[in-house]
Design a protein around this ligand. Structure first.
Ligand SMILES: [Zn+2]
Length: 859
């Protein structure tokens, strides 16, 4: 017990220091041990690495020394990193340096996905196994062995992950043994996955090389891989690099006779940047390299924060490294003639600059002159307020790029702030600046001149002009990196939501239950944003078999956060989702549906059938965007020569057939550049204080359709039988035996939005008497906050569902939401009010609105 206690003590101390981010300050001796542990409640905090792409859960293995941490997925057939990084048993799923941990690895698959690793053991190099019931510290080399049994067609594979106390790399050894009766052939190959689609990520070009590398410039992590005695044949896309290892004879295939074994070895390693990774690859040391402490400044001695340096050695591109926030960096480079190209804010600011290798603390002088913006943004009561600030250079040639769309506080030309106060360096120049906080607030449009080296104040007040008492805004569908199909920071997602004044946002990552709560706490925005755990269960076929649900019980640090698995078909999947957590109350939302296929043409033969009818009783709400299609209501949308069904029109047909499935709109945001905010649902709520929002109350209100969909305009509608006092709202039933209905309609907009249309849609058809436009009814449409306010009288001849819509036929949202999402026309649509005029409950009229009910699209 004594030695065990000592081991735990060491672990605890090291873990604490790493947790404080100051591992670099530890006194490093060659005696620092290797540590190996299984992640569990007791080991988690000490061993799990940091980084946006960390996928570790309880039961996975951690190997680490003073240089690196590696997580190896436990050998289970059901172990997946996320929706798209599948079958990771035995793969390295997290790998990062200790000094500035930032895991950006999706997975390193030894032997691709050919070998099902199903058992694991920890060993020393003599093959002695030891228990991992407790974490182990060792001053010798430690191995973690993963085994895939052989078959008649495939050799047995044992992968050994080996780490010694001083290694800056993880050694990966595969031992193949033919346990069959016939010769077997095996290809020496691995997969290396790191998702770079929207990242500033570069990797070795395709071809045959000795050393594979990959670097994520922005998130500050790079990787290298080599195999002595082999050349690496690389084939990459934006996510995956497939590596074949060709021996001297040019082949990557090995043939094993029965009973024969073969072993091969490679190294993988993390670095802070490419210069770091190349130094590991080349075993650079003080004797064969130059170590420099560089500073990037301009001629006024102002530092250039986070400048990116691309070094050339003897004129050939060598590798990149990034300066810190003060423009400083430390690099170890091979000896020789060094030059650098330097980049900042998306601009090249120096070319072929000589790097003075004889001066270990040189200043590289560049031609860029940033200033500093010191922003203080408050609301009309003087309180600091979250917001989005967009900077548009008035010199249209000037590029401004703070970082990729996956980033957090600054990205592209945006700054998000959770508290209205920030300092941001920015190239000198003139900018148009837009400060916004969603559609309940007027935006501030201003201009700013930033002078070199000077601090310029940006002081603004955002006034809440749109009053929404009794209603809160929500986005039911958002993504970030844990979803597996994007690499956006989840903290960045939360920041984006709170800057846009979304007040309730369930966390709905693909195929896992996850949570925004730690980010909300870190940003200190509990009073602004309510949340709850949820999921998007994503199976095939796309786009049909995708449902969101919340609340979902989160079991942290377990496979899929305890969520249900997707598939095998739409009806079973939605049923499983509904039954999950003992049939707990949850909202089930069908995402971006193809209405014809879903409801009328299950087998896709273009002949109407009963659709996926087993699913229908479980569906509470359905996404019906794009919302501005309400202004035209054509059954088919044509854009860029492509025809697609108008989901909103199909929803009206659906309501006429007697389905009571309420509409919702959501951003389904995957990236953080104007990702959230441009679609929202205003939901009836007993509180206007986000901190007091009860998620179950949100579920109930949505299940009952007490929800108005919008991309900005705030639309209020109440209905009553004319002369009676009983009021109802969107989603509710109204008994009006006289057939006479009074609607009170009001539309509010902030200063950056307008509407010029107001429609009452009766049983899916625009009511001719109640179709208003600014052109034909100039007296009804106003300027100012309240754009339209009128009491409308309807006389119904039959039961009817009433939907009220507003929008603008020509204007768009680009002032606030950029050129993509911003292209939409302003629009808001209520859920239906179901009016019964005979006292027998609402009866649908079965009208298909002059066209047949849709069937599956012919693709
Ligand atoms: Zn989605």
């Amino acid at each position: 017990m004594k030695s065990l206690f000592a081991v735990i003590g060491t672990v605890a101390i090291l873990g604490l220091v790493v947790g404080l981010g100051s591992a670099r300050q530890l006194t490093k001796t060659s005696d620092d041990p290797v540590q190996i542990a299984i992640l569990s409640e007791s080991t988690w905090d000490h061993f799990v690495p940091l980084g946006k792409e960390v996928d570790a859960i309880y039961g996975d293995f951690v190997l680490r020394n003073r240089h690196l941490t590696a997580v190896i997925a436990q050998p289970l057939a059901t172990r997946h990193a996320n929706m798209t990084v599948r079958d990771i048993a035995g793969a390295v799923i997290d790998l990062t340096v200790q000094g500035s941990p930032s895991d950006q690895l999706a997975a390193f698959y030894p032997g691709k996905k050919v070998f099902p690793y199903r058992s694991a053991s920890a060993r020393d190099t003599e093959g002695n196994e030891f228990s991992l019931d407790e974490p182990l510290s060792s001053r010798k080399t430690v191995r973690l062995a993963l085994k895939a049994d052989g078959t008649d067609a495939r050799p047995e594979a044992i992968v050994l992950y080996e780490l010694s106390p001083a290694d800056r790399f993880l050694t990966v050894i595969t031992q193949f043994t033919n346990r069959g009766q016939q010769p077997q052939t095996v290809t020496l190959e691995d997969d290396f996955r790191a998702d770079g689609g929207k990242e500033e990520m570069t990797r070795t070009p395709n071809g045959s090389v000795n050393h594979f590398w990959l670097e994520d410039h922005f998130w500050g992590q790079a990787y290298g891989l080599d195999a002595a005695g082999y050349s690496l044949q690389l084939t990459s896309d934006q996510r995956l690099t497939s590596i074949k290892y060709a021996a001297k004879n040019g082949t990557a295939e090995i043939t094993l006779q029965p009973g024969d074994s073969f072993q091969f070895q490679r190294r993988i390693y993390p670095g802070t940047d490419l210069v770091d990774v190349h130094a590991i690859a080349a075993n650079l040391n003080p004797a064969n390299s130059t170590t420099l402490q560089l500073a990037v400044k301009n001629s006024n001695q102002h530092p250039i924060p986070r400048a990116l340096l691309e070094f050339k050695l003897g004129g050939t591109t060598y590798g990149t490294a990034r300066a810190d926030g003060e423009g400083k960096l430390s690099v170890s480079l091979p000896q020789g003639e060094l030059t650098a190209d330097i980049f900042a804010f998306g601009r090249q600011i120096a070319a072929n600059l000589m790097v003075p290798v004889n001066n270990p603390s040189a200043v590289l002088t560049v031609d860029m002159d940033p200033g500093l913006i010191a922003a203080t943004i408050t609301d009309d009561r003087g309180q600091l307020i979250p917001c989005k600030v967009e900077f548009r250079p008035l010199d249209h040639e000037a590029k401004l790029d703070f970082g990729p769309e996956t980033a957090e506080f600054s990205l592209r030309n945006l700054v998000y702030t959770a508290h209205g106060k920030f300092q941001r360096s920015i190239p000198a120049g003139q900018y148009s600046v837009v400060i916004s906080h969603g559609p309940e607030y007027d935006a501030v449009f201003t201009e700013l001149t930033v002078r070199p080296g000077e601090t310029v104040p940006l002081i603004a007040k955002l006034t809440r002009t749109v009053a929404t008492p009794g209603w809160v805004s929500s986005d039911f569908h958002s993504h970030s990196s844990p979803s597996g199909d994007n690499s956006s920071s989840q903290l960045g997602r939360v920041l984006n939501l709170v800057a846009e004044q979304i007040e309730f946002a369930p966390c709905t990552e693909h195929n896992r239950v996850s949570t925004y709560a730690p980010h909300i706490d870190r940003l200190g925005v509990r009073s602004q944003l309510a949340t709850v755990s949820g999921i998007e269960l994503t199976g095939s076929p796309l786009p049909l078999n995708h449902q969101n649900a919340f609340p979902m019980k989160l079991t942290p640090r377990t496979q899929d956060g305890g969520g249900p698995v997707a598939g095998p078909d739409l009806e079973s999947q939605i049923e499983r989702l509904a039954l999950h957590d003992d049939r707990s109350q949850k909202l089930i939302q069908v995402n971006h549906p193809e209405m014809g296929w879903m409801f009328y043409d299950k087998d896709g033969d273009s002949q109407p059938d009963n659709g996926f009818e087993r699913a229908f009783p479980f569906i509470d709400v359905i996404e019906i965007h794009p919302l501005d299609r309400v202004l035209t209501l054509n059954p088919i949308i044509e854009s860029n020569g492509k025809k697609s069904p108008n989901t909103l029109f199909n929803w009206l047909q659906l309501l006429n057939q007697g389905f009571r499935i309420y509409g919702v709109v959501n951003t389904d945001s995957h990236y953080n550049y104007h990702g959230s905010g441009w679609l929202r649902n205003w939901i009836q709520s007993s509180t206007d204080d986000p901190e007091k929002i009860d998620p179950i109350e949100m579920v109930r209100a949505a299940e009952q359709g007490r929800l108005v969909m919008s991309n900005g305009p705030y639309l209020e509608v109440t209905a009553q039988e004319t002369g009676k006092s009983e009021l109802c709202i969107a989603g509710q039933d109204l008994k009006a035996l006289t057939g006479k209905v009074t609607l009170k309609v009001r539309v509010q907009c902030p200063n950056w939005l307008d509407v010029d249309r107001l429609l009452v849609i009766v049983n899916g058809r625009v009511d001719a008497t109640h179709s208003y436009s600014r052109a034909n009814n100039p007296d009804l449409f106003r300027s100012g906050v309240v754009k339209f306010e009128k009491t409308l009288e309807l006389e119904l001849k039959s039961d009817a569902h009433l939907i009220i819509a507003t929008g603008h036929s020509t204007k768009n949202l680009t002032a606030i939401y950029g050129s993509e999402a911003g292209n939409a026309h302003p629009a808001a649509v209520t859920n239906p009010i179901f009016v019964d005029i005979n006292g027998d409950g609402f009866q649908p009229n079965k009208d298909t609105l002059d066209v047949p009910l849709p069937t599956k699209l012919v693709r």
